[in-house]
Design a protein around this ligand. Structure first.
Ligand SMILES: NC(=O)c1ccc[n+]([C@@H]2O[C@H](COP(=O)([O-])OP(=O)(O)OC[C@H]3O[C@@H](n4cnc5c(N)ncnc54)[C@H](OP(=O)(O)O)[C@@H]3O)[C@@H](O)[C@H]2O)c1
Length: 332
């Protein structure tokens, strides 16, 4: 009887694996496609642009600093796979004025054709204790990280719907899956992207448009180096419980998931665990993905509770040390 039950479960899982590709989105063909990458002049965005260019795509890079854009264009062009490929640079602030963003994207589409994939990667971060963060930083981060993704997406969605094809990628963060010490200004902006992505995916799925939310871990980039300069000790110690990834590795995973039309894109075993834990009511693009979430959720919650316990004890230890050294200073 037990043998029969096991055989049934194995047969059922095998059947799911076989059926899964039939209901998954058709992969996007990158050769000849027009890929727009905001924040494409540095770090993860630059590596995403290189990865797409290596696969034959035409690239539009968007960022503010023109010199950095031109330097990156030259770097990317070294990876061309055919002499027709073009890298277009657009200098604009994605967070300020919707009409300006819409206009530059119109110009890019006139030059390189309709956008097949938009990667919203422009972003910035401020860390610190809640009470130490300047009030205007909360507004600025929401503008760049959230509205800076809304505007470009809003500008390309109508054409994608007309063409009944497209990919939109939102680069969130592991800090968009769990709130950590020091990230009161940053985390909410990255959580917001998840809400936007879920709602948008439900709207555009019938038009064969697929949305991907990427949750990169700490990644070695100029932005990360800048952020590390002002990180509170607690944030540093918590970050050190996992390793720092290379931008090329993160970019490869994001591009692969976007091509496949996967809603969720995570890197490494921590990323996998967090994505299962936070899957909630997010869309799945294969039966096997849903099955993994159902099976692993409980065990991962137990592991997650141990992590939370260790993070809390880091924060408590730092507070006690700080109070001790403050009272020692007073007594001197
Ligand atoms: N590195 C990490 O550890 C990590 C981890 C998780 C998530 N992320 C996310 O991944 C994305 C890229 O991070 P990164 O570390 O690669 O950053 P980065 O090296 O600092 O690059 C940021 C890019 O965004 C552009 N940018 C910033 N503000 C902009 C604005 N208002 N308008 C247009 N472009 C703007 C920058 O160019 P200009 O300054 O010239 O405009 C640059 O090209 C961000 O959204 C970040 O939150 C990073």
């Amino acid at each position: 009887m037990l043998l029969l039950a096991v055989a049934f479960i194995v047969a059922f899982v095998l059947l799911l694996y076989m059926v899964s590709p039939l209901i998954s989105p058709k992969p996007l063909k990158l050769p000849g496609a027009h890929v727009v990458v905001t924040g494409g002049s540095s770090g993860i965005g630059k590596c995403i642009a290189i990865e797409c260019y290596k696969q034959g795509a035409f690239i539009t890079l968007i960022a503010r600093d023109e010199n950095k854009l031109l330097q990156t264009k030259k770097e990317i062009e070294k990876y061309s796979v055919n002499d027709k490929q073009v890298v277009l640079c657009i200098s604009v602030d994605v967070s300020k004025d919707y009409e300006q963003v819409e206009n530059v994207l119109k110009q890019a589409q006139e030059k390189l054709g309709p956008v097949d994939m938009l990667v919203n990667c422009a972003g910035t971060s401020v860390t610190g204790k809640f009470e130490d963060i300047e009030v205007n930083s909360f507004e600025r981060l929401m503008a760049v990280n959230y509205l800076g993704s809304v505007y470009p997406s809003r500008a390309v969605i109508a054409t994608m719907k007309e063409r009944r094809m497209g990919r939109i990628v939102f680069v969130s963060s592991q800090a968009g899956q769990l709130g950590l010490f020091g990230y009161t200004a940053y985390s909410p902006t990255k959580f917001a992207l998840r809400g936007l992505a879920e709602a948008l995916q439900m709207e555009v799925k019938p038009y064969n448009i697929y949305v991907t939310v990427a949750y990169p871990p700490d990644t070695d980039t100029p932005g990360f180096a800048e952020e590390s300069k002002t990180k509170p000790l607690e944030t540093k110690l918590i970050s050190e419980t996992s390793s720092v990834c290379q931008a090329e590795q993160v970019a490869r995973v994001i591009v692969k998931d976007a091509i496949q039309g996967n809603f969720n894109s995570s890197v490494g075993s921590d990323g996998y665990m967090l994505s299962i834990l936070t899957s909630g009511m997010s869309p799945v693009t294969s039966i096997t993905e849903g099955l993994q979430q159902v099976v692993c959720m409980g065990v991962f919650r137990i592991i997650g509770l141990f992590y939370l316990g260790s993070f809390d004890s880091i924060v408590r230890r730092c507070m006690m040390q700080r109070e001790k050294s403050e009272s020692a200073d007073k007594n001197e």
